[in-house]
Every structure is written in structure tokens, then in C-alpha cells.
Design a protein. Structure first.
Length: 74
């Protein structure tokens, strides 16, 4: 791989890391919102939907981190 493509990959890694930061911020806010609702609502359909979103965001962050790792290995 030449230097130009390496620089492009480095820029891609930067962008993915930025995405991780943004998604992590949303995750933290959603987690806080979920924790601040009464337990009865946490077990409601709304609470379950919030928990599914939290789980999805956590999975996305993990995937992004895997992508960064794979790109760095190249």
C-alpha cells in the first residue's frame, strides 16, 4: 500500500473515532435517561425500546472499534 492510501486510511480511522465519540455521547445520554425513569416505566414497552436502543448503540460502538483495529492492522 502506498503512502497516499495509508493517509486515506488514517483519515478514515480519525472519522470512525469521531463517530465513536458521538455515538458514545448519545449512548451515555440514553443510559442516563433510562436510569432516571421509574422502574415501572423501565419495564414498560417504552423502557424496553430504550434498552434496545442502548444495546444497539453499544453494539455499534464495539463494531466501530473493531473496524478501527482492522484498519490499523493493515
Amino acid at each position: 500500500m502506498n503512502n497516499i492510501r495509508r493517509k486515506q486510511l488514517a483519515k478514515s480511522i480519525e472519522k470512525i473515532n469521531e463517530a465513536i465519540q458521538y455515538v458514545t455521547g448519545v449512548l451515555e445520554e440514553e443510559n442516563e435517561a433510562f436510569e432516571n425513569i421509574p422502574e415501572g416505566l423501565q419495564e414498560s414497552e417504552r423502557g424496553e425500546t430504550m434498552q434496545e436502543c442502548i444495546d444497539t448503540l453499544e453494539s455499534m460502538i464495539s463494531d466501530f472499534e473493531d473496524y478501527v483495529s482492522q484498519l490499523e492492522d493493515m
